[in-house]
Design a protein. Sequence first.
Length: 280
Amino acid sequence: MSWFIRKEKGIITPTEMKREAPDGLWYQCPNCKKIMHTREHKLNAYTCVHCNYHEKIGSEAYFGLLFNDNQFTELDADMTSADPLKFTDTKAYPDRVRSTIKKTGLKDAVRTAYGKMNEVDITIACMDFAFIGGSMGSVVGEKIARAIDHSLQTKTPFLMISRSGGARMMEAGFSLMQMAKTSAKLALLSEAGIPYISLLTDPTTGGVTASFAMLGDFNIAEPEALIGFAGPRVIRETIGKDLPKGFQSAEFVLEHGFLDFIVDRKDLKDKVSSLLQMLQ
Ligand SMILES: [Zn+2]
């Protein structure tokens, strides 16, 4: 391979001459580091074709995966957050919200919609971690409450897809009230005998786990999702002991009786719709 060895030294290619694959053509799995086509990855429900790592995705991808032909009607699409506490940390809260809206193209950390999933009419609420860590503030609580109202009015099952760091600190007590509000709405759904399925994805923690995410008629999770209330560091320091292996993984939580089953994202649509058909 002598022709392959560079004879002259110091050959520098200017940046503009370098050829690159178009952005977004390839996807590198953060778990096994293997490379695949973005298209192939998307067709595989955003899971790695080599190691089945489930990439963290948001509402746009989930709606595309679940609603037939990506057809759905969004509820309360323009609801945005107020600033009841005039809260400032490194930034004023309204500035943080505005810049996050601009950066993500989302209005808050949850989107709600209804449509058809296989043969089933369904209402789905899906959290977006990209919006301030999927934190639950007043808008998240209100949109979920209204989506449950929609389920009640139309007698369609409700699917909640959670991915959240917990309550939104910038709304303090107002965030915590959302736990009671969403739980009360879910109680009405239960009284009406309408099924509620809660899907916990990586990560689901804090006030979200402590309220609607664990109140499903079926609580299900994606493989290896981190599920917990407090973070492992806090728990370790509190109990002063090392934590067992795999602590707070979906598999661990399933084994300890807090989940009904774990579902591979590629099977999510078919499994959930056939489960709901059985319940009808
Ligand atoms: Zn992989």
